[in-house]
Write a protein that binds this ligand. Structure first.
Ligand SMILES: [Zn+2]
Ligand SMILES: [Zn+2]
Length: 340
């Protein structure tokens, strides 16, 4: 069977690999992959810039497919079921797991990063990682479940809810999904970016206010919008040094901040706003327990794929997909790889 493997920096190859087989008496499931989204972090692996990834690696952590085989001990799943794959495994016993944060388990393994991922025709997973989704949901919509769980985790951590004001810095794909999630949870949302095209899309996604920081002053706009209170929740999806530092100024009293960047570069943040406003900074890595609510929201049409998936490519043309993402990034919100 075919697999898309990164061997080194900008060295992505389609290779023939052995199809996985079930172990005896297992809770394993073999998924025939139908669609896999390309994430910014896949592109980082492709460029040799993901500190967590080990090579060579079959990439892809956003994937969905049909159940092809099930182990003897599997219950609750049948051959032919459509599933979204939760791309993490964890120990269930360490401190993080006991705190309800398996996403930062000491033995965390992420598909497509630490173990082979979804950019191949068949993948073996444990039944715990398979989340059933209605067969009437198109594969190219179902494939957004994983990115939506990232938005679900960030907004859950910061307790985004009805009556709160949320500022999202950065209207790229994750920023837009967080916007939709925050709106679904009833919050009022302002979103900022440097590109009008992204802000136009944000308006379609329900943004209450959009700010282009190239020609508008975000602090002023925020004061105007919140009557000087500033934002109850600030989410940094732009992940630059400046946007991170600004979070502490843009947060309201008793506010929450969720930085999504993973830069190792130190920043300048004063102690005063944290103490004075009693701020809380929430880290948010991947997701914990978000698949069930996100899938339900997709099935009920509360979360959708309107305009997010901009291109689909056959697995045979995966190089073309990466070339487009790297040469014309403004044309791509989410490119999806499909399998016959
Ligand atoms: Zn991703
Ligand atoms: Zn653990």
């Amino acid at each position: 069977m075919l697999a898309a493997k990164v061997f080194g920096k900008e060295d992505l190859r389609l290779v023939e690999v052995e199809r996985p087989a079930l172990s005896e008496e297992s809770t394993e499931v073999i998924i025939k992959v139908k669609a896999a989204g390309i994430c910014g972090s896949d592109n980082h692996i492709y460029h040799g810039q993901n500190p967590f990834a080990t090579l060579p690696r079959v990439i892809g952590h956003e994937f969905v497919g049909e159940v092809a085989e099930i182990g003897d001990k599997v219950t609750g799943l049948e051959i032919g079921d459509h599933v979204v794959v939760e791309p993490i495994t964890y120990c269930g016993k360490c401190y993080a797991c006991r705190q309800g944060m398996p996403n930062v388990c000491k033995d965390l393994k992420v598909s497509g990063v630490h173990v082979d991922g979804g950019m191949q025709e068949y993948v073996k997973i444990d039944v715990k990682q398979a989340h059933k989704i209605n067969k009437n949901i198109p594969w190219t919509t179902a494939v957004l479940a994983e990115p939506y769980t990232i938005a679900g985790n960030a907004t859950t951590r910061a307790k985004v809810e009805l009556g709160k004001t949320v500022l999202i810095q950065g209207a790229g794909t994750i920023g837009q999904l967080i916007l939709r999630m925050a709106k679904a949870k009833g919050a009022s949302v302002m979103i900022s970016d440097v590109l009008d095209s992204r802000l136009e899309f944000a308006k379609l996604n329900g943004a209450d206010r959009v700010v282009n920081v190239v020609n508008e002053n975000l602090a002023e706009k925020l004061d105007e919008w919140t009557n000087q209170e500033r934002a109850n929740v600030v989410i940094d999806a732009a992940c630059t040094r400046k946007t991170f530092e600004d979070c502490f100024e843009f947060a309201s009293v008793a506010g929450a901040i969720v930085p999504l960047g993973m830069s190792a570069e130190p920043c300048q943040v004063a102690q005063k706003p944290i103490m004075q406003k009693q701020l809380t900074v929430y880290g948010s890595r991947l997701q914990a327990y978000q698949f069930a609510p996100v899938i339900k929201a997709l099935e009920e049409g509360m979360l959708t794929d309107d305009g997010v998936v901009t291109q689909t490519f056959s697995i045979h043309d995966i190089q073309e997909a990466f070339d487009l993402i790297n040469k014309e990034p403004e044309k791509v919100r989410k490119a999806v790889i499909t399998f016959d």
